[in-house]
Design a protein around this ligand. Structure first.
Ligand SMILES: [Zn+2]
Length: 229
């Protein structure tokens, strides 16, 4: 067999053969090492987690701000936050979220915006320890080489807390980009967009161009009123 392989495939085939053998050995050893199959149905976990798909960090953070701003998500977004197919609804139907939960989310973000560096660190560490206790990383499909490990959360709150601690993480890019729209009729949370054409300061006061215009007019009206008094 070895001669045949060398004849038609050369060294590469030998290497592959050896590595397959090593893998078989490893899997046999894994089976003997004791397992958690009687507690966790791994096949089910794997299949369901892969069905939902991993949420990329940036998309996860954006989704969290959408939730904080609007309070409704689609069934597939709900499932992505939890990491398991729980909600079933047509994708254009919105799943309403608990008002108290939204209030908490909004107040955390509001507080974070004006918090000192030390307070921010404390907020981040508190949320991270909650997230660590109620979420775990799911198996990923190695054949598709996904960039993010899918996250599985005990419930929606845990999924939201996990997402929030990414935004608060001082080592990441999101905390410094977090802002709240200054236009009084909006007040939505958003991540600062890069400056137009890559030059100048990034937009941190208003969430979109329309609100830049409306917000500037609003400020002018407020100034005029103040001056008249
Ligand atoms: Zn706005």
């Amino acid at each position: 067999l070895r001669t045949l392989r060398l004849k038609d495939g050369g060294k590469a085939n030998m290497g592959e053969h050896q590595s397959n053998q090593r893998m078989t050995h490893f899997l046999e050893w894994l089976r003997l090492a004791g397992n958690s199959d009687d507690v966790i149905d791994w096949a089910k976990v794997r299949a369901r987690s892969l069905a939902v798909g991993a949420l990329e960090k940036r998309d996860r953070c954006k989704l969290l701000l959408n939730v904080a701003n609007g309070g409704a998500v689609s069934a597939s977004e709900y499932n992505q936050l939890v990491g398991m197919p729980i909600a079933r609804a047509p994708d254009n139907a919105k799943v309403p979220l608990n008002a108290a939960r939204l209030q908490l989310l909004s107040s955390q973000l509001t507080h974070f915006l004006t918090a000192s560096k030390q307070e921010r660190l404390t907020m981040f560490e508190t949320l991270r320890s909650v997230a660590d206790a109620h979420t775990f990383l799911g198996p990923f499909d190695s054949t598709k080489a996904q960039r993010e490990r899918p996250l599985i959360a005990e419930n929606l709150s845990a999924g939201l807390v996990y997402s929030l601690q990414i935004i608060f993480d001082p080592r990441d890019e999101f905390a410094s980009k977090l802002n709240r729209c200054h236009f009084s009729e909006c007040n939505k949370f958003f991540f600062a967009r890069p400056a137009r054409g890559g030059v100048g300061r990034p937009s941190t006061r208003y969430c979109c161009l329309e609100h830049v215009k409306k917000g500037v007019l609003e400020q002018a009206r407020i100034r005029m009123k103040r001056n008249r008094k």
